[in-house]
Design a protein around this ligand. Structure first.
Ligand code: CP
Ligand code: NVA
Length: 305
């Protein structure tokens, strides 16, 4: 049974296979075609946290492929009304694939181990693989298939940063994160990436100006992720010097693009002029969530389009 809990679960050739299906389906979509290649397939969406992009893009994706979806929120009693194990053993028999947004990553790992169908991580505090998949696809689309490039992550060493670090390594891109002390990617995690992908260029530094030097992609995310709301004020002070603004963008390559997984907070982690400016591809990035997830669903469910 194939699960996608982190991008460590996918080999570079598998990323390419998903992107090939994605490209085909996206071209067909643009031409007005929505081939029902997954008729009768059921996707369950088990969410413990709010979502716009992940929820709607997955639901739209499976509908366009001829299947259907079920949204399961708090009322399912995941881990409260019954155990995570029992939820997995039962739910996995009803549906073909599950997207789960859990609070703790470990809960997701446990859940998936009891499911008889594929489980996709729809964001945990450790990883956001579907976001990174769509981001890598967007980077290739926007930068014309550059074989090597530098992605500068500015801000918190969080779930999205981790997934991008693994994804960049698998694509042969170099990844550098600039984060304040205390909010950096763990050295053990970076080591894990280097072990999984020999030759991977993944780096953690403190200075955002150094990170963007020579970078083709500048990426940031919220300073306080879901579940860290109480730390919002303290983090705003710590991260102030990590705001992506025009001054920082001018240090990157002229042709660089700006990315953000959204939701975004204008004039916090990124200024409005950058987020809404000419280098920003955040809307293309969000749109690709649906296209890439169609590719992922088709690939996981054995329809190689
Ligand atoms: N980027 C992202 O995953 O957005 P949602 O939290 O709205 O799903
Ligand atoms: N790092 C953010 C990403 C939201 C899509 C969070 O976990 O809240």
């Amino acid at each position: 049974m194939r699960h996608l809990l982190t991008l460590f679960d996918l080999q570079p050739m598998e990323l390419e296979a998903i992107f090939t299906i994605t490209r085909d389906l996206k071209e067909k979509f643009a031409a007005g075609l929505r081939e029902p290649i997954l008729p009768g397939r059921v996707l369950a969406m088990l969410f413990e946290r709010p979502s716009l992009r992940t929820r709607v893009s997955f639901e739209a994706a499976i509908l366009q492929l001829g299947g259907g979806s079920l949204f399961l929120g708090e009322d399912v009693g995941f881990g409260s009304r019954e155990s995570v194990e029992d939820c997995g053993r039962v739910l996995g028999q009803f549906v073909d694939v599950i997207v789960s947004r859990t609070r703790e990553h470990q809960r997701l790992v446990e859940f998936a181990s009891h499911c008889a169908c594929s489980v996709i991580n729809g964001l945990s505090e450790q990883a956001h693989p579907c976001q990174a998949l769509a981001d890598l696809y967007t980077i290739r689309e926007q930068l014309g298939g550059l074989k090597s490039l530098r992605l500068a992550w500015i801000g918190d060493g969080n779930n999205v940063a981790r997934s991008l670090a693994v994804g960049c390594a698998k694509m042969g891109y170099s990844f550098v994160a600039a984060s304040p002390p205390g909010y950096q990617l763990e050295a053990s995690f970076l080591e894990e990436v280097r072990e999984a992908v020999p030759g991977a260029e993944v780096e953690q530094i403190a200075d955002p100006r150094e990170a963007v030097e020579g970078a083709e992609v500048i990426y940031t995310d919220v300073w306080a992720s879901m579940g860290q709301e109480a730390e919002k004020q303290a983090r705003a002070a710590t991260f102030a010097a990590y705001q992506v603004n025009n001054q920082l963008m001018t240090r990157a390559l002229k042709q660089s693009i700006f990315m953000h997984c959204m939701p975004a907070h204008r004039d916090m982690e990124v200024t409005a002029e950058v987020l809404d400016g000419p280098q920003s591809v955040v809307l293309e990035q969000a749109a690709n969530r649906m296209h890439v997830q169609k590719g992922l669903l088709a690939w996981l469910l054995g329809k190689r389009a």
